[in-house]
Design a protein around this ligand. Structure first.
Ligand SMILES: O=C(O)CCC(=O)C(=O)O
Ligand SMILES: [Fe+2]
Length: 156
Protein backbone atom coordinates (compact mmCIF):
# COMPACT_ATOMS: atom_id res chain seq x y z
CA UNK A 1 0.00 0.00 0.00
CA UNK A 2 1.32 3.42 -0.88
CA UNK A 3 0.86 5.85 1.99
CA UNK A 4 -0.10 9.49 1.60
CA UNK A 5 3.40 10.34 2.82
CA UNK A 6 4.94 8.29 0.02
CA UNK A 7 2.70 9.77 -2.68
CA UNK A 8 3.38 13.32 -1.57
CA UNK A 9 7.14 12.67 -1.79
CA UNK A 10 7.04 11.15 -5.28
CA UNK A 11 6.87 14.60 -6.82
CA UNK A 12 10.17 15.51 -5.18
CA UNK A 13 12.17 12.77 -6.87
CA UNK A 14 14.93 13.57 -9.32
CA UNK A 15 16.56 11.14 -11.70
CA UNK A 16 20.08 10.62 -12.88
CA UNK A 17 20.61 8.44 -15.90
CA UNK A 18 23.85 6.67 -16.84
CA UNK A 19 24.63 4.75 -19.99
CA UNK A 20 27.49 2.29 -19.72
CA UNK A 21 29.45 0.15 -22.12
CA UNK A 22 31.53 -2.68 -20.64
CA UNK A 23 33.91 -3.87 -23.32
CA UNK A 24 34.04 -7.56 -24.06
CA UNK A 25 36.71 -9.46 -22.05
CA UNK A 26 39.87 -10.76 -23.73
CA UNK A 27 39.65 -14.43 -24.71
CA UNK A 28 39.52 -16.59 -21.58
CA UNK A 29 39.52 -13.54 -19.28
CA UNK A 30 37.02 -13.19 -16.44
CA UNK A 31 36.75 -9.49 -15.92
CA UNK A 32 35.63 -7.42 -12.93
CA UNK A 33 33.82 -4.75 -14.90
CA UNK A 34 32.35 -2.81 -11.98
CA UNK A 35 33.71 -3.23 -8.45
CA UNK A 36 31.43 -4.25 -5.57
CA UNK A 37 29.42 -1.27 -4.33
CA UNK A 38 26.08 -0.18 -2.92
CA UNK A 39 24.02 2.40 -4.79
CA UNK A 40 23.57 5.73 -3.01
CA UNK A 41 20.28 6.35 -4.80
CA UNK A 42 16.76 5.91 -3.44
CA UNK A 43 16.14 3.23 -6.06
CA UNK A 44 17.98 2.21 -9.19
CA UNK A 45 16.52 0.64 -12.30
CA UNK A 46 18.89 -1.13 -14.66
CA UNK A 47 18.09 -2.04 -18.22
CA UNK A 48 20.65 -4.05 -20.19
CA UNK A 49 21.32 -5.78 -23.49
CA UNK A 50 21.30 -9.54 -23.36
CA UNK A 51 24.83 -9.84 -21.95
CA UNK A 52 24.75 -10.99 -18.31
CA UNK A 53 27.13 -9.71 -15.65
CA UNK A 54 25.26 -8.11 -12.77
CA UNK A 55 25.77 -10.05 -9.53
CA UNK A 56 24.32 -9.50 -6.06
CA UNK A 57 25.92 -10.51 -2.77
CA UNK A 58 23.53 -12.60 -0.68
CA UNK A 59 23.32 -12.45 3.14
CA UNK A 60 25.53 -15.56 3.41
CA UNK A 61 28.27 -13.80 1.41
CA UNK A 62 27.73 -15.80 -1.80
CA UNK A 63 27.46 -13.94 -5.10
CA UNK A 64 24.61 -14.79 -7.43
CA UNK A 65 23.93 -13.68 -10.99
CA UNK A 66 20.60 -12.84 -12.55
CA UNK A 67 20.12 -15.40 -15.30
CA UNK A 68 17.63 -15.02 -18.11
CA UNK A 69 17.56 -11.24 -18.37
CA UNK A 70 16.76 -9.97 -21.87
CA UNK A 71 16.50 -6.54 -23.55
CA UNK A 72 13.03 -6.15 -22.12
CA UNK A 73 13.98 -6.91 -18.49
CA UNK A 74 14.43 -4.19 -15.92
CA UNK A 75 16.22 -4.82 -12.62
CA UNK A 76 14.91 -2.71 -9.75
CA UNK A 77 17.44 -2.30 -6.96
CA UNK A 78 17.15 -0.63 -3.57
CA UNK A 79 19.65 2.13 -2.79
CA UNK A 80 20.90 3.49 0.54
CA UNK A 81 18.21 6.16 0.78
CA UNK A 82 15.31 3.69 0.67
CA UNK A 83 17.12 1.53 3.25
CA UNK A 84 17.28 4.50 5.62
CA UNK A 85 13.74 5.58 4.73
CA UNK A 86 12.30 2.12 5.54
CA UNK A 87 14.42 1.76 8.68
CA UNK A 88 16.36 -1.20 7.18
CA UNK A 89 13.23 -3.12 6.13
CA UNK A 90 14.42 -2.84 2.54
CA UNK A 91 18.19 -3.43 2.32
CA UNK A 92 20.43 -1.92 -0.32
CA UNK A 93 22.44 -4.85 -1.70
CA UNK A 94 26.15 -5.01 -2.51
CA UNK A 95 26.46 -5.70 -6.22
CA UNK A 96 29.10 -5.83 -8.96
CA UNK A 97 29.47 -6.58 -12.63
CA UNK A 98 31.70 -9.44 -13.82
CA UNK A 99 31.96 -10.49 -17.41
CA UNK A 100 32.93 -13.53 -19.42
CA UNK A 101 32.28 -14.32 -23.06
CA UNK A 102 32.85 -12.34 -26.21
CA UNK A 103 30.25 -9.60 -26.28
CA UNK A 104 30.13 -6.10 -24.84
CA UNK A 105 27.55 -5.29 -22.21
CA UNK A 106 25.49 -2.12 -22.43
CA UNK A 107 23.36 -0.85 -19.58
CA UNK A 108 21.06 2.06 -19.05
CA UNK A 109 20.73 2.80 -15.33
CA UNK A 110 18.39 5.29 -13.74
CA UNK A 111 18.96 6.42 -10.16
CA UNK A 112 16.23 8.22 -8.26
CA UNK A 113 17.18 10.87 -5.72
CA UNK A 114 14.76 12.42 -3.22
CA UNK A 115 14.97 16.18 -2.83
CA UNK A 116 13.27 16.61 0.52
CA UNK A 117 14.48 15.28 3.84
CA UNK A 118 13.05 11.98 5.02
CA UNK A 119 12.36 12.53 8.69
CA UNK A 120 9.65 10.46 10.38
CA UNK A 121 8.14 10.53 13.86
CA UNK A 122 8.75 6.97 15.08
CA UNK A 123 12.11 5.63 16.33
CA UNK A 124 14.60 5.72 13.50
CA UNK A 125 17.91 4.03 12.86
CA UNK A 126 18.92 6.98 10.72
CA UNK A 127 18.70 10.65 11.54
CA UNK A 128 16.59 12.68 9.14
CA UNK A 129 18.74 13.59 6.18
CA UNK A 130 18.77 15.39 2.91
CA UNK A 131 19.50 12.95 0.09
CA UNK A 132 21.34 15.49 -2.07
CA UNK A 133 23.59 16.39 0.86
CA UNK A 134 24.29 12.69 1.41
CA UNK A 135 25.38 12.45 -2.24
CA UNK A 136 27.69 15.45 -1.68
CA UNK A 137 29.15 13.69 1.36
CA UNK A 138 29.77 10.54 -0.68
CA UNK A 139 31.38 12.50 -3.50
CA UNK A 140 34.21 13.59 -1.19
CA UNK A 141 37.36 11.55 -1.67
CA UNK A 142 37.76 10.66 2.03
CA UNK A 143 34.27 9.14 2.22
CA UNK A 144 34.33 7.00 -0.90
CA UNK A 145 35.90 3.94 0.74
CA UNK A 146 33.70 3.87 3.85
CA UNK A 147 32.14 0.49 4.45
CA UNK A 148 28.68 2.01 4.78
CA UNK A 149 28.56 5.72 3.90
CA UNK A 150 24.87 5.98 4.86
CA UNK A 151 25.59 4.77 8.42
CA UNK A 152 28.53 7.11 8.82
CA UNK A 153 26.52 10.01 7.43
CA UNK A 154 23.27 9.68 9.34
CA UNK A 155 23.16 6.39 11.29
CA UNK A 156 21.90 6.69 14.88
O1 LIG B 1 25.76 -2.05 -15.27
C1 LIG B 1 25.19 -2.69 -14.41
O2 LIG B 1 24.58 -3.72 -14.62
C2 LIG B 1 25.20 -2.19 -13.00
C3 LIG B 1 25.57 -0.76 -12.90
C4 LIG B 1 25.63 -0.30 -11.49
O3 LIG B 1 25.63 -1.07 -10.56
C5 LIG B 1 25.69 1.13 -11.22
O4 LIG B 1 25.81 1.91 -12.18
O5 LIG B 1 25.61 1.52 -10.04
FE1 LIG C 1 25.20 -0.03 -8.76
Amino acid sequence: MVSENTTSRMGSANYLCRVMKYREPEIGEKKMAFVPHIDKSFMSTIHQNNVAGLEIKAKDGEWFGLPGLTFSSVVVMAGDAIMAWTNDRIKSPIHRVTMEGSEARYTLAQFSVMEKDMGEDHPLRYKPFDHLKFLDFFSQEENRMLESPIHTYCGV
